[in-house]
Ligand binder design. Structure first.
Ligand code: ACO
Ligand code: PYR
Length: 530
């Protein structure tokens, strides 16, 4: 069966720029454009030249080689010709290959928001498209509020579509601008549009206000549209746009779509999808969403013991696609929900092989569950799990013991009479019977303790030289006077490996010290020669 072509239109740099809390610099736009080119989308909507200096400069140069470089803007204003409309001329004179106009398709919005007649709106749309095509640029039209407009006045909404196509638009995109349309309504309304326009010229632009932007996009594709608009990781105005990072694998991996359609996305991009999604979050300086479909850290993570047991016998028990098909990985976690199968997988990760009927496994499982009930959480602290496992199995080397530690914070005045805060820590450890005492100042008690603890580890000092503390998170588990503090420390070393350790105590300094101590112990464990 010949497959039909689906076109992927990315609007991360335009609708994504309308996300609360996100502001792209020119450098961000250039870098994200590179990421999208690599991914292989058909259209990259880079922004709105003329709306702000960053977008104007972005469109001074052609930024893509594969994708169609697309500028967004509104249709010409009423009461002036296309030739005399500076906004429209800015779009045409930019380095874009294509111009995507936003045009209102809901009669009520034309009257209330634009304050012009329905006929003038159609004339603006017609002239804007015709002028763009005459200037040898491809024209697209985003029919704003299309679905709400269709419900209110189907004839007018359809007139907007027909006017755009008759004027030469390559694509008319049906927008669920307010994001309130249901998938069944999308399917029904798209079928009505197909009576006057071919699906090969129709697109869908869905917002996620009811959490159904992806479902609405798929419903529209199923009904007949052949262009889909969306953004990386689903960013966009209000609740965001249809998430391309969810849509792309669905279209490529699910037979119901993959058997009927093809896209320009190469299989190599699909296999790098998780990296693309995380590189984008890195650029936004935000933590990736763990539960993101396909690419989240939890997308192929199994916590429940019963699931882990079946998964190890057959991965398809709890995985709808193989994690490596989207560049993600499987993870079987250790927690209160775990059974022996989880533990065996986690132990194997640390090079520890045990038989399922080894009585020490039962003891380790009971210890994990007991500690989790006191506030530990090993599914996010795999290095602490490795240490605990070695402890319970009796294979943890006696690297060093902490005799005492002390941290103090003092507010005082310096010689100039200015108020300063001095933090100091003293740590006394014992390495093979030798007592080593170190003192350090830090910018806080945890920093001072970290520095003091690592200052002199005797014969182990050279093995922790490249150890670095990357992040430190504190969580109070129960409120009130009985509060327990959980500290998670993230460390890394020169090999690039990152690991997490945990500490739990009623005292925040104690919890921090435990996590720091375990970070060093893990580094020594991993550099231990058998
Ligand atoms: C549904 C969407 O996501 S559409 C995308 C919207 N994106 C943006 O608005 C981001 C970029 N926008 C901007 O920087 C600014 O709004 C600008 C530069 C475009 C315009 O700024 P201003 O000239 O100050 O106008 P302002 O933003 O206050 O209002 C929009 C104007 O455009 C008119 N307008 C809105 N849509 C259209 C349209 N499709 N065609 C023609 N005119 C339109 C409105 O009627 C309003 O006109 P008015 O000022 O005469 O009342
Ligand atoms: C054009 C657009 O972004 C919308 O209608 O949502």
């Amino acid at each position: 069966m010949t497959k039909e072509r689906l076109y992927i239109f990315d609007t991360t740099l335009r609708d994504g720029a309308q996300t609360a809390g996100i502001e792209f610099s020119l450098e961000d736009k250039i870098a994200i454009c590179g990421l999208l080119e690599e991914l292989g989308v058909d259209y990259i909507e880079g922004g709105y030249p003329g709306a702000n200096p960053v977008d104007t400069e972005f469109f001074d140069t052609r930024r893509t080689t594969r994708a169609r470089f697309t500028a967004f803007g509104m249709t010409k204003r009423a009461g002036r010709s296309a030739a005399n409309d500076p906004g429209l001329q800015g779009l045409i004179n930019s380095q874009a290959d294509s111009v995507c106009f936003v045009a209102k398709a809901w009669d009520h919005q034309v009257t209330v928001a634009l304050e012009i007649s329905l006929e003038d709106n159609l004339a603006n749309l017609r002239d804007s498209v015709a002028t763009t095509v005459a200037a040898n640029k491809e024209a697209l039209v985003d029919c704003e509020h299309f679905f709400d407009g269709f419900k209110a006045n189907p004839d007018y909404a359809l007139q907007c579509v027909k006017t755009a196509l008759d004027a030469g638009a390559r694509w008319v995109v049906l927008c669920d601008t307010n994001g309130g349309t249901m998938p069944a309504e999308v399917a029904l309304i798209v079928s009505s549009v197909l009576a006057i326009a071919p699906g090969t010229h129709l697109g869908i632009h869905a917002h996620d206000d009811t959490g159904q932007a992806v479902a609405n996009t798929l419903a529209a594709v199923d009904a007949g549209v052949r262009q889909i608009q969306g953004t990386l990781n689903g960013i966009g105005e209000r609740c965001g746009n249809a998430n391309l990072i969810t849509l792309i694998p669905t279209l490529l991996l699910k037979p119901v779509f993959a058997d009927r359609f093809e896209t320009a996305i190469p299989s190599a991009s699909l296999a790098r999808l998780t990296q693309v999604s995380r590189a984008f979050d890195d650029r936004l300086n935000r933590a990736p969403f763990r539960q993101a479909p396909y690419v989240g850290a939890s997308a192929f993570a199994t916590k429940a013991g019963i699931h882990a047991s079946a998964l190890l016998k057959d991965f398809s028990s709890y995985e709808h696609v193989p994690p490596e098909s989207v560049g993600n990985e499987r993870s079987i976690m250790v927690s209160q929900q775990a059974g022996k199968s989880n533990l065996l997988t986690a132990l194997a990760r640390h090079g520890i092989a045990l038989a399922k009927d080894d009585p020490r496994l039962e003891k380790l499982l009971a210890t994990v569950k007991d500690r989790e009930s006191r506030g530990y959480s090993y599914d996010g602290a795999d290095a602490s799990f490795a240490i605990l496992a070695h402890e319970v199995l009796g294979t943890l080397p006696n690297f060093f013991a902490v005799d005492t530690y002390r941290a103090s914070v003092e507010r005082r005045h310096n010689a100039q009479g200015e108020e300063i805060t001095v933090t100091e820590a003293v740590v006394k450890i014992r390495v093979e019977g030798e007592v080593l005492m170190s003192v350090a100042e830090g910018n806080g008690p945890v920093n001072a303790l970290d520095l003091a603890l690592r200052k002199d580890l005797g014969k182990y000092s050279s093995r922790i030289e490249d150890l670095e503390l990357v992040d430190f998170k504190v969580r109070i588990l129960d409120g009130g006077t009985g509060a327990v503090t959980r500290v998670l420390v993230e460390s890394r070393d020169g090999t690039g490996e990152r690991w997490f350790t945990i500490g739990v105590s009623a005292n925040i300094i104690d919890a921090s010290f435990e996590a720091l101590y375990e970070s060093i112990t893990y580094k020594l464990l991993k550099t231990e020669t058998p």
